[in-house]
Design a protein around this ligand. Structure first.
Ligand code: 6R9
Length: 572
């Protein structure tokens, strides 16, 4: 298969020659940049904030924060002081010590970021939670991790079942007129008197940093533990992939409840010392474009679902804003439809760079770099220092174009350290040959580009043909009436499975049998007859996770009347 590649862009990028770097790079060089090379100890929050606060970047803006009711900015020096204050508060009022689990359950706000950093300074393990989690989801996570402290708001406190959580000793409330009684600690009043000097807890590279719970298709969510050592990869990928330079204004749209919101919403940018934009509140196309214009965002990291919504808002809207500051756009979380890349070229005159990775990998692993050609629909190539391959179920590497398990050779710096309370589960991710098996299926082309096909469980077998749902979905969203599409295999006595598509239409389109036929023919002509959905069902909305992934297992469960499994990560 030959695909039209988008040519290399010219510019002074941090990664100039991918092939050469891939051959020569070794992580040892990078490790020398962090404090452990001198003292044997380290702390992520020190490297991300305090290091800059003591040097030339002291008065540089580290955080631009905005939501409908607040607009604030903090320099690196101020970030250091605010996180120190939270550190003191947590230590004195909540008795936080190294290794304790401290959960942060609140909307994006400056306090949320001060708290994550402050807890890390004490050597605590931070568990960030999406603000939209309901009681059951909060309970599962706090219980499994035996969390000692939760920092939350009075409104969200209703969803923390204190009586069921004996290990939870302290509740820090970020709000007005808080009365301290029982486990309750008043954040703002204590912050006023907390010292802005803090003694950092210096930890080992493999001490716990952050605990992200992710849900699979079965069972309870599992706690993926990352350690301070991950900074090596966060730092280096922020250079190569985000291409961050000192004068960049960077905006990652992800919430810290999702790994993208910590690895690249906190660690990557601040390890690089750049100004970081955080937008609170809900998604609104106007607000997003305004944010880019007002702050002069240069590097922008978001997700296909958001790009598709912006696309849906129309090209007239984006023309009302000045987007000229943007120089680099990236995407993660879901397959990036070629249609989105074409839209990016049209409205920003920039390529959207896909990046593939997951909670378990902790940092970017397969990416498109500014210095390389982009093949729309491909996730790109492994970062230097990482070996990726397509392997069969025995761990044997497969030749180009064979679909199989996307796997990474064990031992990259930001690899998960364990699954909390479940070392056996952790071990189950690995195959003979020291392959970490991602659960995604993909193939590699003869030039070493990787092409996503679906989660292993999602790959469809129809009349003896293997079809990746993503390809079909991507074709579907090219149809002018289709806003979003989710594709599943539906068991069929004759064909094994048939392809069924769930489709949400764009505004202004009406459901009809004709439209169904038209969409079906569109896929038939554009992709292949066997890949055209035999069944199409229209829905107002598709089930998605809070990080924007279409939940195919939920579609499948609806279709087959099966249990949907854990739904805690699903959007409202
Ligand atoms: C960072 C993050 C991981 C799963 C992953 C895959 C999907 C992520 C993707 C992608 C296609 C990409 N995914 N990036 N699929 N192309 N560029 O998303 O972590 O929430 O753990 O999800 O997301 O299926 O296995 P996480």
């Amino acid at each position: 298969m030959k695909v039209e590649a988008l040519p290399v862009i010219k510019g002074d990028f941090n990664l100039k020659n991918y092939d050469e770097m891939y051959r020569e790079f070794n992580w040892g060089e990078i490790e020398k940049q962090f404090s452990w090379s001198e003292t044997g100890k380290v702390n992520m929050a020190y490297e991300a904030i305090d290091r800059h606060a003591q040097g030339e970047r002291k008065n540089k803006v580290a955080l631009y924060y905005r939501d409908p009711s607040r607009e604030e900015k903090y320099t690196f020096k101020e970030m250091k002081e605010m996180s120190n204050r939270v550190g003191n508060l947590l230590k004195q009022a909540a008795d936080v010590e190294k290794g304790d689990r401290v959960f942060v359950f609140m909307p994006r706000s400056p306090e949320c970021y001060f708290t994550i950093l402050g807890a890390i300074k004490l050597g605590a393990i931070v568990g960030p939670l999406f603000e939209a989690f309901m009681e059951g989801a909060v309970k599962d996570r706090l219980e499994d991790s035996a969390a000692k402290v939760i920092v939350t708001t009075p409104e969200l406190l209703e969803r923390v079942p204190l009586e069921d959580l004996p290990a939870l000793k302290h509740v820090v409330l970020v709000g007005e007129n808080i009365k301290e009684e029982g486990p309750i600690i008043d954040f703002y009043t204590r912050m006023k008197s907390a010292s802005k000097d803090l003694e950092i807890e210096w930890v080992d590279r493999n001490d716990g940093l952050i605990l992200h719970y992710t849900s699979g298709s079965t069972g309870k969510p599992k706690g993926v533990l990352h350690v301070h050592n991950a900074m090596v990869q966060h730092y280096q990928t922020a250079k190569w992939v985000l291409d961050l330079k000192d004068d960049d204004v960077y905006w990652c749209t992800a919430d810290p409840g999702w790994v993208t919101g910590t690895s690249y919403g906190i660690f990557g940018p601040w390890l690089s010392g750049v100004s970081n934009v955080i937008l609170g509140g809900r998604f609104k196309p106007e607000t997003w474009y305004q944010t880019i214009e007002e702050y002069g965002v240069t590097v922008w990291y978001s997700a296909p679902t958001a790009f598709r919504m912006l696309m849906g808002a129309g090209d007239e809207l984006v023309k009302q804003f000045d987007m000229s500051s943007l120089r680099h756009i990236l995407s993660v979380g879901e397959p990036l439809n070629p249609e989105v890349i074409r839209w990016g070229m049209k409205v920003f005159n920039l390529r959207v760079h896909d990046t593939w990775w997951m909670t378990e990998t902790g940092g970017q692993t397969i990416c498109n770099y500014p210095c390389m050609e982009i093949k729309p629909g491909s996730m790109g190539k492994p970062i230097p220092g990482i070996k990726a391959a397509i392997v069969d179920d025995q761990g044997q590497e497969l030749p180009p174009y064979r679909m199989g398990n996307l796997a990474i050779k064990r031992g990259w710096p930001s690899m998960m350290y364990t699954i909390w309370n479940n070392q056996a589960k952790y071990e189950s991710y690995f195959m003979p040959g020291d392959w970490y098996v991602s659960g995604d299926s993909a193939y590699m082309d003869e030039e070493g580009y990787f092409w996503f096909q679906g989660r292993i469980d999602d790959v469809i077998m129809t009349s003896g043909e293997r079809v990746g749902p993503f390809e079909v979905e991507s074709k579907l969203v090219e149809h002018p009436a289709v806003a979003e599409a989710g594709v599943i295999g539906k068991p069929d006595p004759v064909r094994g499975e048939i392809i069924k598509a769930f489709v949400a239409l764009r505004d202004g389109y009406e459901v009809s049998e004709e439209l169904k036929d038209d969409i079906r023919n569109f896929v038939k002509k554009g992709l292949a007859a066997h890949a055209a959905p035999r069944e199409i069902e229209f829905r107002d909305k598709l089930p998605k996770t809070r990080s924007g992934k279409i939940m195919r297992r939920v579609l499948k469960a609806w279709e087959l009347d099966l249990p949907t499994g854990d739904l805690s990560t699903m959007e409202d």
